[in-house]
Design a protein around this ligand. Structure first.
Ligand code: MIG
Length: 843
């Protein structure tokens, strides 16, 4: 079927012609790997028993129970860390996932009574009962959460002493927590199976699922062993910092209990006490790192295809965009730009003069991104391979040889990204593409995905030398993708210190957000996958990965005009907005199907382009606080439990509600509108939430609602970022009794001057009563002054011409459009605060 290109004779002959030189072969099952851990205590689970000794340490307490050391520490008033170390292992918390190791000392009050120790930070408390050693948490309101199961608590699986790999991995570890009735789980990263995770089993092991993923696949390319638990509007979170094969059983085997386990390593987990969902995400992203600011151009529309085959094809795609004035900022080159799939090379027949081509495209406002895979062709005449081999930069077999497997180029070696020298070398290789004018790097196949057996990954016993601390692949598998992205980002940063790196990755682990944005890999051009992407993107946002997107139009298989158009209606609201499709599938550039589809897609893409100042403001909030860009309704409405089940709608920031159409032929859909007053974007119809409505949504008018009184900043129409100065800035406002606000963030759009105060933050408020609308633009904070001369207020749904309009106390002649019920107020982009007072009836 859709995998036609995999079974092409050429690829088959490569695969069949090669004997892989190492490793245990295994096929990909549902969880992608065999080494599963026994699932019940009958199979050898040993809970930790009595704590015999305890001693205070800096931020907490260290306890000894048999051969286990358990440490509980408060890293912040609402963040605790628990570590279980067996058999005298060192208390080592360093992890590739963790961005912040050093925390200011938190004031902790410890006390003990009735066989129980307690550490209190004021905001939260951890209680540790000593016999047996069990842990539970409490917040200032007395809410108890993340409570150890009394019987099972923390513990491990004693393995039969068989020697070899299993023993090297050490015992599997596990943590059992009570699941109180009514507690609901979310998060878990890139999941296709809907929004809520209660009563599910979750596997964390990066794979490239064969044939494109579907809801039956659990683990995909990226693993984020993190949950957010919600109950009665309050949240807490748990992150298991373990890079081995990890599983969560979330009230699935046992409705009263959840477990969090790893196939080996230390059991280290972090508890985020909330109680707000915002504060859980804030701390989680403080711990694992925040999304760096994007270059502004990267918020535009991206066009990709596997592959634009040569320079002329890329030129003509670029030309079509500009000729039709369809906005586009970025074009992609997939694997065919390379010479025989050798990374960091060009096929000189297809692309005779890359710098010239890219310069030409830059002239027209395009950025060009090229794909890089980790597999390096084993080829004695290929410089990259020779360097890597000479300097020992590749992953090793158990007996010390170079580990080889097949990917696109044929037999390949794989950089050992666990070693800093390898990362630096790999990074330095990016000088060439940057010199050619490439604007960003696309890291693919970095699970890593291998062809022998088809769609497998590295065997457990491949050796990574690291920086003097060798590891088996089984111990670091989930990190390979993140480490490749890290090498790439660090290189772009070092080689172009004044630019914000643009890196896109398919695979990663918790913390990937520091290095790259993520796209969700190979979906299909199916309605089901359009639907699936809606909760999937929300799951990612709830797991710290906020800059995300699914391939618009679907990757595998042929799209069709209605599907592509509906997908675009959703896709333009993805934090990362890219249309991509596979080899030998029908073309799906926005003009592929003619009218009316082209015009509708163009209208949606123009809306995205106009929304960039809003998107950038929301992006900066994410960068600063970890709040998802594309967020579930319950992120803003945690007290309304109806929202917990709303998985086919989302909020972009807090002011736009999007309810995409995801089924063929549908022109109506149910929409749950959360609390507040909202306006239907196309008709201006006012809706009071919370309510269930039937939205009319013909092709070209997807259900989009704007929160009343929140000013939405919009650019004028442009074909790409920087086409001309974005002047004027429009503030779109739908007034309704009440008030709203937005703090507009702007900066130079690239570089790092914003860190020295070269940004602008401007609070804009709107207060509406029955006969008056007052808009205030506060003074700008920060030293950045946008180039534009004017700000326009576009006040919609004003039923009659206003009685009067005052700007800073001066009456002006209103510009009112009867037909559109719209009032326009033109203001100079002045430095000081501006007040606009409109006397108009709004009902
Ligand atoms: O084995 O580079 O997910 O986006 O177009 C397939 C070719 C390799 C998988 C990526 C897809 C990309 C494709 N790649």
């Amino acid at each position: 079927m859709v995998l036609a290109y995999y079974s092409s004779a050429a690829v088959r002959s490569v695969i069949e012609g090669v004997r892989v030189n190492a490793g245990t072969q295994h096929t990909i099952g549902r969880e992608g790997r065999r080494l599963r851990v026994a699932s019940t205590e009958r199979e050898g689970y040993r809970p930790i028993g009595r704590a015999e000794r305890s001693e205070q340490c800096d931020t907490g307490v260290r306890l000894q129970a048999g051969t286990a050391t358990v440490e509980v520490a408060a890293l912040a008033p609402d963040l605790f860390r628990v570590g279980l170390f067996l058999n005298g292992r060192p208390l080592d918390y360093t992890s590739e996932a963790i961005a912040k190791m050093e925390w200011e000392l938190t004031q902790v009050q410890s006390s003990s009574a009735n066989g129980e120790l307690s550490l209190c930070t004021g905001a939260a408390r951890v209680r540790i009962s000593l016999d047996p050693l069990r842990i539970r948490f409490e917040d200032a309101s007395g809410r108890v959460f993340a409570e150890d199961d009394p019987e099972r608590g923390m513990g491990f699986f004693a393995r039969p002493k068989v020697g070899g790999r299993e023993e090297a991995l050490g015992p599997a570890v596990r943590l059992y927590k009570r699941h109180p009735a009514g507690e609901r789980y979310f998060g878990c990263g890139e999941r296709t199976g809907g929004l809520e995770k209660t009563a599910s089993h979750q596997i964390f092991w990066n794979i490239d699922p064969p044939g494109g993923h579907n809801p039956g696949h659990n683990n995909l390319y990226t693993s984020i062993p993190f949950i957010v638990a919600m109950q009665d509007g309050k949240a807490w979170g748990l992150f298991l910092a373990n890079t081995y094969h990890v599983e969560f059983d979330l009230a699935h085997e046992d409705v009263d209990c959840s477990w969090f386990g790893a196939a080996g390593g230390d059991l280290i987990y972090y508890v985020f006490c909330g109680p707000s969902i915002r504060s859980v995400l804030d701390r989680y992203t403080e711990l694992t790192g925040r999304t760096p600011m994007a270059p502004l151009w990267a918020l535009g529309y991206h066009q990709s295809r596997y592959s634009y085959m040569d320079a002329d094809e890329l030129r003509s795609v670029a030309h079509e965009f500009r000729r039709r004035r369809i906005p586009c900022d970025v074009l992609y080159l997939d694997i065919h730009y390379m010479d025989g799939y050798r990374v960091f090379t060009w096929d000189r027949e297809r692309f005779p003069d890359p710098p010239q081509l890219i310069a030409e495209l830059q002239e027209q406002g395009f950025h060009v991104v090229t794909i890089i895979d980790p597999g390096v062709k084993v080829d004695d005449r290929y410089q990259v391979y020779l360097e890597g081999r000479e300097q020992d930069f590749f992953c090793k077999t158990a007996d010390g040889g170079e580990y080889h497997n097949v990917v696109w180029p044929g037999l390949c070696a794989f950089p050992d990204f666990t070693s800093s020298a390898t990362r630096a070398w790999w990074g330095s290789r990016h000088q060439a593409p940057l010199d050619d004018g490439v604007a960003g790097i696309w890291c693919d196949m970095n699970e890593p995905s291998l062809f022998v057996p088809f769609h497998s990954t590295m065997p457990d016993d491949v050796v990574h030398l690291g920086d003097g601390d060798p590891k088996l692949h089984a111990q670091i598998h989930n990190l390979y993708g993140s480490l490749m992205a890290r090498a790439t980002r660090e290189a772009l940063q070092a080689l172009c210190p004044d630019r914000r790196p643009f890196v896109i990755s398919r695979s990663g682990f918790a913390g990937l957000q520091r290095h790259a944005l993520l796209w969700t890999g190979d979906n299909n051009s199916w309605w089901e996958h359009l639907w699936m992407s809606v909760p999937q993107l929300q799951n990612l946002g709830l797991s710290g990965l906020a800059w995300v997107g699914a391939d618009i139009g679907g990757f595998f298989g042929d799209t069709n005009p209605e599907l592509l158009t509906r997908w675009m209606e959703l896709g333009v609201f993805q934090p990362f907005c890219r249309n991509h499709s596979a080899l030998d599938t029908r073309r799906q550039e926005p003009w592929a199907f003619g009218e009316p589809y082209e015009s509708i897609m163009k209208k949606m893409m123009q809306l995205r382009q106009r929304l960039i100042p809003y998107l950038y403001t929301v992006f900066e909030e994410c960068h600063r606080t970890g709040a998802p860009i594309l967020r579930p309704l319950f992120f803003e409405n945690p007290d309304d439990e109806t929202t917990y089940a709303v998985e086919d709608e989302f909020l972009l920031g807090s002011a736009l509600l999007i309810a995409p159409i995801t089924r063929h032929g549908d022109e109506y859909r149910h929409v749950y509108v959360p609390e507040g007053t909202w306006f239907h974007l196309w008709s201006g119809k006012q809706i009071e939430g919370p309510s269930h409505i039937l939205a009319e949504a013909p092709l070209g008018e997807p259900p989009i609602y704007v929160r009343a009184n929140t000013p939405i900043p919009l650019w004028p129409e442009m074909s790409h970022v920087g086409e001309r100065p974005a002047d004027p800035l429009t503030l779109l406002i739908f007034p309704a009794a009440g008030q709203g606000e937005l703090t507009l963030y702007e900066d130079a759009g690239d570089g790092y001057d914003y860190q020295q105060g070269f940004y602008s933050r401007r609070r804009i408020t709107c207060e509406t009563s029955v006969d008056q609308i007052i808009v205030r633009l506060d003074e700008r904070k920060g030293s950045f002054v946008p180039e534009r001369k004017e700000v326009h207020l576009e006040i919609r749904e004003v039923p009659a011409p206003p009685e009067s309009v005052h700007v800073n106390g001066q009456q002006i002649v209103p510009e009112y459009d009867d037909g559109r019920r719209t009032l326009i107020v033109r203001l100079p982009e002045v430095g000081a605060g501006t007040g606009v007072n409109v006397r108009a009836g709004i009902s």
